[in-house]
Design a protein around this ligand. Structure first.
Ligand code: HXH
Length: 363
């Protein structure tokens, strides 16, 4: 395989020489950007390359998005709370803008997400007297929402996270208990959502999406859920592994084991929300003001190993999407600790490729 780093170094030297002899024109002749390979081109033989976006980054990230990615996800704009904040008040502006951008630039879109316990307004579960609605009413509202979203965006969105995060993290608990969908509808709410989604758009690929999805206890519960759905002939076409990981965990062996088991379900796997936090999850790792070189190298090495694994499983992994584009904007800046900066992505705060970028294109 070609070594992009060596090619880049050679070109850089050449650029400097040309620059020295012809003055200011060199930059336009050799334009630094051309030396950076396109992620989506490098990975075209393996899977789609995606990124989560909000409308605010479409313009600043325009070059990066068009050069490196073949798929987009709306980070927040398609969530229930964004499109239907209060009864009868629909706000599609942001989602429409992202979908129009995807259309304009010929990008695929993943739809995120239809049925989730979080970022869903309370009114969905309440009647006019502010009492909980019945199962029948909630099923009707679920159907309305699913149809609304899938009909509006079905021409661009090719895969939907129909249900997000339904499995409990608690030992010996199967479905998450703090979900109003689960509380009011009951255990079959997941199956109901998938059936409604398939009726709304029979061509859409329907995914179940979750975090901690390679952690053995949760992984096994996700697999059990999917096997139960399959046994009941519920239309489901893929599993989404969020992959909010960090530079220490989970181990490559743990990820491999999970991919092997998920492969056996006979469905597609999407890596839906990839990022590698520089802090261990929920741990006491010290706060940094800047990532050190060692940390960036460790992150690069981890990204390299993880993408080698993804390439190995490219017969089942069909889309790998990052939860963001560059380190200047990431949801991890405020999570789990408010105000704490993080650097989990492939491009730095100046939108330049990081060591992690080179380690996944240089193989
Ligand atoms: C994802 N959840 C969502 O799918 C996505 O829509 C959102 O934009 C970002 C991430 C990941 C997540 C899951 C659980 C969670 C936080 C984030 O809850 C915790 C709360 C405290 C400590 C640990 C987890």
């Amino acid at each position: 395989m070609q070594s992009w780093r060596a090619v880049r170094r050679a070109c850089l030297i050449l650029t400097l020489v040309v620059f020295a002899s012809f003055g200011g024109t060199a930059q336009t002749v050799w334009g630094g950007d051309a030396l950076i390979p396109s992620l989506k081109d490098v990975y075209a033989p393996y899977f789609e390359m995606g990124a989560a976006v909000s409308i605010g980054v479409l313009h600043p990230y325009d070059d990066l998005l068009q050069k490196h990615f073949s798929s987009l996800t709306a980070e927040n704009s398609m969530k229930f709370s964004e499109v239907h904040r209060s009864p009868g008040r629909y706000t599609f502006h942001a989602a429409d803008r992202i979908v129009d951008y995807a259309k304009e630039h010929d990008l695929l879109m993943r739809g995120h997400t239809l049925v989730w316990h979080s970022q869903v307004p309370a009114h969905v579960f309440l009647d006019d007297a502010r009492e909980s609605v019945t199962r029948e009413v909630l099923l009707e509202r679920m159907r309305e929402h699913i149809e609304l979203m899938m009909h509006r965006y079905g021409d661009v969105v090719y895969a939907w996270d129909v249900v997000n995060e339904a499995i409990s993290d608690e030992h010996n608990v199967f479905l998450r208990s703090n979900s109003r969908w689960h509380e009011i509808i009951g255990d079959d709410y997941v199956a109901q959502a998938f059936r409604m989604a398939h009726e709304a758009d029979p061509n859409a690929k329907l995914f179940y999406n979750d975090y901690n999805a390679v952690q053995p206890a949760k992984r096994d519960k996700i697999i059990r859920l999917i096997e139960e759905l399959q046994a009941d002939d519920v239309p489901i076409h893929g599993v989404g592994i969020q992959a909010h990981w960090n530079i220490y965990d989970p181990s490559v062996a743990t990820i491999r084991e999970a991919l092997e088991l998920y492969s056996q379900l006979g469905m597609e796997v999407h890596i839906t929300e990839l990022d590698l936090s520089v802090y261990a999850w929920n741990s006491q790792t010290p706060m940094m003001w800047e990532p050190t070189e060692e940390i960036l190298e460790l992150q690069a090495q981890r990204y390299g190993e993880i993408f080698a694994l993804f390439r190995e499983f490219s017969d089942v992994i069909t889309n790998v999407s990052f939860w963001g584009v560059a380190d200047d904007h990431t949801w991890l800046d405020n999570f789990p600790v408010q105000g704490r900066k993080n650097w989990p992505l492939l491009f730095d705060e100046e939108l330049q490729p990081k060591p992690a970028f080179w380690s996944i294109v240089d193989f």
